[in-house]
Design a protein around this ligand. Structure first.
Ligand SMILES: [Zn+2]
Length: 302
């Protein structure tokens, strides 16, 4: 048994080749972002680790992309009852993404506005926020004080409102969307040039997934996390008020701390931190010598 990185499970039957995608995530979550547009179905639970599997799709010969550090290949193959499947492993690395963490100033919203106008003017991107209120506040501030046209998106909007926001953003009528993590399902916009986290994500898995919405066209794109210590406390508050079980709270806290360490580390290659989290070893020289070096690699002199 070994940790799954980015694997594709394929089943060959009568010479069939399979093509469709889905993402398996740890902790019983599946991102419903099938590239084929297909719906993923809840099929079976395997010790709480794999609860979303679509056996039928695999039976018909679909390809699965699994992006998680917690699952093991053996578990997946067993649950899908395809022990002899051909397993292809590919890297988690996204060479066109530049990762960066910027410490928040005393006037973080102005700082965000400046960042957007200085570096991302006219580019399409997402500003991820922790709560609905934060989305609305950030969007309002950028519209009114910084004269940057933005829209906001969160789960509290009606289906119609959400569709309007998505359309405006997809067509380029508005370049920036301030959103909670509710914004993401089904997004397949290739030319997202930046993903800024106005508040850090709750876990590395979430961060990798959310920031990964940048640069799907493989052109250079930026993933910036704006960070301040007290944002971590906001996450802790949110987890405490979540009312989950003790064990899940502990896990969530550990995940949040790992994300905090990512933000506070000013030395280690960010790409290396992300990839190591998914069990992949990575030589930071590749990042340093690449075209989208992370902020820490740019700073390092060795
Ligand atoms: Zn690096």
């Amino acid at each position: 048994m070994f940790a799954v990185r980015n694997i594709q499970v394929r089943r060959r039957r009568a010479g069939a080749r399979f093509a469709a995608g889905g993402s398996l995530l740890p902790e019983n979550r599946v991102e419903r972002e099938c590239r084929c547009g297909g719906r993923l179905e809840k099929k079976k639970s395997d010790g709480g680790r794999i609860s979303w599997l679509s056996e039928n799709r695999v039976e018909r010969g679909e390809k699965w992309e699994c992006r998680c550090g917690g699952l093991v290949i053996g578990d997946i193959l067993k649950a899908l009852r395809i022990p002899h499947a051909l397993v292809l492993e590919t890297s988690f690395d996204r060479p066109n993404l530049k990762y960066e963490v910027i410490e928040k100033s005393k006037v973080p919203l102005e700082q965000l506005g400046k960042l957007l106008s200085d570096r991302f003017k006219g580019s399409s991107g997402i500003v991820y926020c922790l709560s609905k209120n934060e989305c609305m506040e950030v969007s309002k501030f950028l519209n009114e004080k910084c004269k940057i046209k933005t829209v906001y998106y969160h789960a509290g909007l009606s289906a119609r409102q959400r569709m309007t926001v998505q359309q405006k953003w997809h067509t380029g009528e508005v370049h920036v969307v301030c959103a909670t993590i509710a914004f993401g399902m089904g997004i397949d916009k290739p030319d997202v040039r930046f993903v800024i986290h106005n508040t850090l994500s709750k876990s590395i898995e979430s961060y990798y997934q959310e920031s990964g919405r940048a640069g799907r066209d493989n052109l250079p794109s930026e993933c910036v996390a704006l960070y301040q210590k007290k944002d971590f406390s906001r996450i802790v508050c949110m987890l405490r008020s979540g009312g989950g079980k003790k064990a899940s709270f502990k896990t969530a806290m550990e995940q949040a701390r790992t994300m905090q360490h990512y933000c506070e580390n000013k030395v280690k290659c960010r790409r290396q931190m992300l990839l190591e989290h998914f069990g992949e070893s990575f030589n930071p020289r590749v990042c340093k010598n690449g075209s989208s070096s992370c902020d820490n690699c740019v700073k390092s002199t060795s």
